[in-house]
Every structure is written in structure tokens, then in C-alpha cells.
Design a protein around this ligand. Structure first.
Ligand SMILES: Cc1cc2nc3c(=O)[nH]c(=O)nc-3n(C[C@H](O)[C@H](O)[C@H](O)COP(=O)(O)OP(=O)(O)OC[C@H]3O[C@@H](n4cnc5c(N)ncnc54)[C@H](O)[C@@H]3O)c2cc1C
Length: 275
């Protein structure tokens, strides 16, 4: 069972701050980590490798420093890694990112399953997995939390729905996006981590030419969406604790809702209340 796992390096925070002048993400001082869902995706691939043998290759697109998450993945048990890094890849939207990843996967060669996280904690779109499947023309199962059965030609998985789950049979090769509920990722082993840092580490670094793409097809140039302006929404909230008897507090609250600016629904509700 050969698997490819897509891994993104992300800032270790969900509270992303933007530079008010440039609109760019402020990365200074932020530690980078393996995207949490991706650790679960990797664990799922490693469990299959433990049971059925085969090879696990991780692929990441990002700046040179993203090699750290590839090393970590090798420390956990992946056999090889590919870092896609090139100035031409920068500024990519999800369309260009998924295209780039799919071209790299074609170059990696044989796979039975591709695993990705459901969602990255910085970009947050949850689009990359499904888009990669589409570029490669293979079936996909998203929000997977259990692989029930593996057959040579198909797998049976459970995917989380809002009100339960769905059991899905999917032919192989396929792409699976994994949620955190799936497993507990193993820790990297020190001797494997050291191996990943040696000169002969099984990590390849590919640029645009290596995967046979032109600059116009990737990065900002190859993107279908263009950001016109980025800004952090400003919240004007202030808390106030009302004091007094229940009656006084309710009276004051309703009056405040009636007097409030905006918040049409609150005002409409307040006008139905009798003081
Ligand atoms: C117009 C535009 C410009 C942008 N410019 C930049 C920019 O200049 N610099 C920048 O850093 N980002 C930029 N982005 C964001 C970038 O496009 C996304 O971070 C990227 O496409 C992944 O989307 P996501 O983070 O929503 O991932 P999701 O779709 O939420 O991720 C799902 C899963 O896909 C896999 N995955 C996602 N990204 C990668 C990756 N890079 N490598 C391997 N696996 C991956 C992981 O398994 C992940 O769990 C831009 C986005 C837009 C729309």
C-alpha cells in the first residue's frame, strides 16, 4: 500500500495577525508547525504501512524552511519527502497550489492512496484535498475518521457528517481528507529524526522545472483569484454588567436593546417586549 501524504507547514497559532500596511501575514516571532490535521493524515498512512507494507512519501509546498515538517514526518515513519519550493510558486491561491501539488504527485509516481488533512489552520479553505483529487481524476472521500476495510481495489471509510456518519466504499487509487478524530499521531523517533537531518536524507527539493510547469501556471500568475485588499475586521464590543433586581436588570436591558444602533434583530425583539 503506497501512500502520499500532503503536509503543510503553518504558523503555530489560529490567531493570524495581518500587517495593516501590506495586508500580509505577520510571520515574525511565530513558531512553525506541521498542520495538525496533517499529522493525523500521516498517522493514517503509517498505520496502513504497518499493516500492509509499502511506502509513505510526504509532499509539501512552501519556503525552504518547510523542510522541517518533512524531517518531522520522516522522524514519525515516512520513507521519503519532497519539498516543492520556487519563487514561482509564491502567491498561489488554492487552484495554483493544488495544481502544483498534483504535478508533483504525478512525478512521485505510483500511489494507492493520497492523504491530506481536512483543513489548514492558516488558510482554512479545506479546498486543497478535493482539488488535488480533481486534478488527478481520482475519487475522494472527505472528513474521514475511520478506515474500516482495505481491499486491493477499494477501501471502505467512515466520513463525519454534522448529524452522524456516512460509510463510503471508494475505489483505489483515491484521495482521503482526514479529521483529527481519526487517530493519535505517533511521536517522531530520535534516530529517525537524526537520519532525516543527514546529508543522505531521503528528501528531494523540486522547483517548477523539476515538475514540468511553467511560471504562468503556478504561483500568483497561475492563480484564478486575486486579493484586492486584506484587512482584519474591527470589532467594537464593550461589556457592561447590569446590576439591581431581576426586574430592573431586564427593564434596563430591553431599553438598551431598543436604543442600540444597528443590531436590527435585537431591536425588533426588544420592541415586542413590554416594559
Ligand atoms: C490570491 C491568493 C494569494 C495567496 N498568496 C499566498 C502567498 O503569497 N503566500 C502564502 O503562503 N499563501 C498564499 N495564499 C494562501 C494559499 O493559497 C493557501 O495557503 C494554499 O492554497 C492552501 O490552502 P489552505 O491553506 O486553505 O489549505 P486547506 O485546503 O485548508 O488544506 C487542506 C490540506 O491540504 C494540504 N495542503 C494545503 N496546502 C499545502 C501545501 N502548501 N503543501 C502541502 N499540502 C498542503 C494539507 O494536507 C492540508 O491539511 C494565497 C491565497 C490566495 C487566494
Amino acid at each position: 500500500m503506497d501512500s502520499i501524504v500532503l503536509i503543510k507547514q503553518v504558523p503555530d497559532t489560529t490567531e493570524v495577525k495581518l500587517d495593516p500596511k501590506t495586508g500580509n501575514l505577520i510571520r515574525e516571532g511565530l513558531k512553525s508547525i506541521m498542520n495538525p490535521d496533517d499529522a493525523h493524515a500521516l498517522e493514517a498512512a503509517l498505520v496502513l504501512k504497518d499493516r500492509f507494507g509499502g511506502k509513505v512519501t510526504v509532499v509539501s509546498m512552501g519556503p525552504m524552511q518547510a523542510i522541517d515538517v518533512i524531517s518531522e514526518a520522516i522522524g514519525m515513519g515516512a520513507d521519503a519527502g519532497v519539498l516543492l519550493t520556487d519563487r514561482a510558486f509564491s502567491g498561489a491561491d488554492t487552484w495554483a497550489t493544488s495544481f502544483t501539488l498534483s504535478m508533483a504527485i504525478k512525478k512521485v509516481g505510483h500511489f494507492d492512496l493520497i492523504f491530506s488533512g481536512r483543513q489548514a489552520i492558516d488558510g482554512d479553505t479545506a479546498q486543497i484535498g478535493p482539488q488535488v483529487a480533481d486534478w488527478l481524476g481520482i475519487p475522494q472521500a472527505t472528513y474521514v475518521f475511520d478506515i474500516e476495510a482495505v481491499h486491493p481495489k477499494h477501501i471502505t471509510v467512515k466520513r463525519r457528517l454534522e448529524d452522524g456518519y456516512e460509510r463510503l466504499q471508494c475505489r483505489i487509487p483515491a484521495l482521503i481528507t482526514v479529521i483529527g478524530e481519526m487517530n493519535n499521531p505517533r511521536f517522531p523517533r530520535v534516530e529517525r529524526l537524526l537520519g532525516a537531518c543527514r546529508e543522505k536524507a531521503p528528501i528531494q527539493v523540486w522547483n517548477a522545472a523539476d515538475i514540468g510547469v511553467k511560471a504562468q501556471q503556478v504561483g500568483l500568475e497561475g492563480s484564478l483569484t486575486h486579493v484586492i485588499r486584506t484587512f482584519a475586521p474591527k470589532f467594537k464590543r464593550e461589556g457592561k454588567i447590569l446590576e439591581g433586581s431581576k426586574e430592573t436588570v431586564v427593564r434596563e436591558l430591553i431599553q438598551k436593546l431598543k436604543d442600540s444602533e444597528g443590531a436590527t434583530a435585537c431591536k425588533a425583539f426588544a420592541s415586542t417586549c413590554e416594559l
